[in-house]
Design a protein around this ligand. Structure first.
Ligand SMILES: [Zn+2]
Length: 477
């Protein structure tokens, strides 16, 4: 016990944090912003709560993350989690009028929004601090008594459909979607997330309620609330409202980490873009890596591969007139799986000679395997992480609370404002094990440009693509 305490106090000392247990929670200040105070606690219904008090804040803001997203959509109902997110805004038992919440926030100098990701759904708003209490009262009702008014379903499906239509010309989204064609059949990571008129046709109130009752539970909710009020006042605003949210004792959602299995063949996806751009992305699927936050091996790998100086991969590609830019780092990341992505902007010559580019990447990876993770690289990246953390812009309003409600989902509550940012552990073995996963058998190459040859058409975005398999022997030559 004493040892644990010593370690804990050392961490506090090193990071300049001081903790004290007050009001049943854990309070501390942020040394970067002296007036900012944090309090974190768990409600009796196991909802995780983070309060941020700062007299300089101009807005009251709240963000609630629910640990369910589009990967939980039923296979025959793509877009249901997202559609529910839309419907949740449109009336509660206490405030049944569909437009009343939006009207309230906009009349009081605020705004509200929400989003659905693959593993979570987030709701947030900010408002004039004098009206924060009413804002929280209205916001909390979404998680207590939503109406899911059947009369609004048709109209809202049209709204979701038009949201999807607006996304159609977006190359980033197109590539994101078509990439899923290479994922394991039946894996939820293949789901189309937004939803359309077709996928949502005939959704009933009962269907929405059943999804809500199945997946919305206080023990899978993370709430962050910020305002100029002091911590005790914020706590008094939050606790009575959110303690009433039902705890269904749901298990944390996990899916198979194998969203793309190894394949002895080289997998190449050619994707036709709308814009005149040329890129090659090498995606390496990995199991969960979030828990390596203390040593950030993917950040280290990204730093080494994305390095731009002399002797770097990019300088080699540039000198051969194959590429104009390169970035590398963690891609997808959730509690079940992750990926490491290397994205290269190609020249016209690079597009024609993409196999040469791939060979150079693997030459560089072989070199890294010989050297391992040098201590000086670790020290440099660690130092950069500390500087970035120290001089990070001071977030406010919804951008402040959105970060915290997301971090509450992934990191230990006690130190979540530091953990994801500051590297503390040198773990060359973890680095090596990930480096050894970056092999042709564990890779999808995506070649995206306006003039690539394709054979197929993806059904939601109409993306033209082809997915081919070939022998990978040439890669390591
Ligand atoms: Zn939407």
């Amino acid at each position: 016990m004493r040892k644990i305490l010593t370690v804990f106090l050392t961490i506090c000392f090193l990071t300049g944090f001081s903790f004290s247990v007050l009001g049943g929670g854990l309070d501390n200040t942020d040394p970067r912003y002296p007036l900012r105070e944090y309090r974190r606690f768990m409600l009796p219904n196991q909802m995780k709560v983070m309060l941020i008090s700062d007299p300089t804040l101009q807005r009251g803001a709240a963000s609630l993350t629910v640990g369910v997203g589009s990967m939980s959509d039923p296979a025959e109902r793509f877009g249901l989690a997202h559609f529910l997110e839309h419907m949740l805004f449109l009336g509660t038992e206490k405030y049944p009028d569909e437009g009343s919440y939006q009207k309230f926030v906009s009349t009081h100098d605020g705004f509200s929004n929400a989003y659905t990701a693959d593993d979570r759904t987030n709701y947030h708003f900010e408002v004039d601090p004098d009206f924060f209490e009413e804002g929280l009262e209205r916001f909390s009702q979404f998680f207590l008594t939503p109406l899911f008014n059947q009369e609004l379903v048709e109209r809202e499906i049209k709204a979701v459909d038009s949201e999807h239509s607006k996304n159609i010309p977006n190359d980033y989204r197109r590539i994101f979607q078509v990439k899923r064609k290479a994922f394991e059949k039946g894996h939820p990571a293949r789901h189309f997330a937004t939803g359309t008129m077709e996928t949502l046709e005939g959704v009933s109130r009962e269907e929405l309620l059943s999804f809500y009752n199945k997946h919305y539970s206080s023990n899978q909710m993370m709430l962050a609330v910020a305002g100029p009020q002091n911590l005790d006042t914020l706590q008094a605003l939050v606790v009575p409202r959110f303690v009433a949210v039902k705890n269904r004792n749901l298990l944390e959602k996990r899916v198979s980490p194998k969203f793309m299995k190894r394949d002895p063949r080289f997998r190449l996806m050619r994707v036709k873009t709308i814009k005149d751009s040329r890129s090659l992305t090498l995606m390496f699927p990995l199991s969960r890596t979030l828990h390596y936050y203390k040593s950030q091996p993917l950040g280290m790998l990204g730093f080494l591969l994305g390095h731009e100086g002399q002797g770097s991969l990019l300088s080699l590609l540039k000198s051969a007139n194959l590429a104009t830019g390169l970035s590398a780092g963690g891609g997808a990341s959730n509690k079940s799986f992750s990926s490491f992505d290397v994205k290269i902007q190609l020249t016209p010559k690079g597009l024609r000679n993409y196999s040469k580019v791939i060979r150079h990447v693997f030459q560089y990876l072989r070199l890294l395997r010989k050297t391992g993770l040098p201590r000086y690289v670790f020290d440099e990246v660690k130092q950069m992480s500390e500087i970035d953390y120290r001089f990070a812009e001071k977030p406010e309003g919804t951008s402040l609370v959105n970060v915290f409600s997301t971090l509450l989902m992934y990191y230990p509550m006690r130190t979540l404002e530091i953990d994801p940012y500051i590297i503390t552990e040198f773990k060359p073995r973890i680095f090596d094990s990930l480096l050894y996963s970056l092999i042709p058998e564990n890779m999808l190459a995506i070649l995206a440009a306006r003039d690539v040859k394709t054979t197929e058409k993806e059904e939601f975005y109409g993306v033209e693509y082809s997915l081919t398999y070939s022998h990978p022997k040439w890669i390591n030559k």
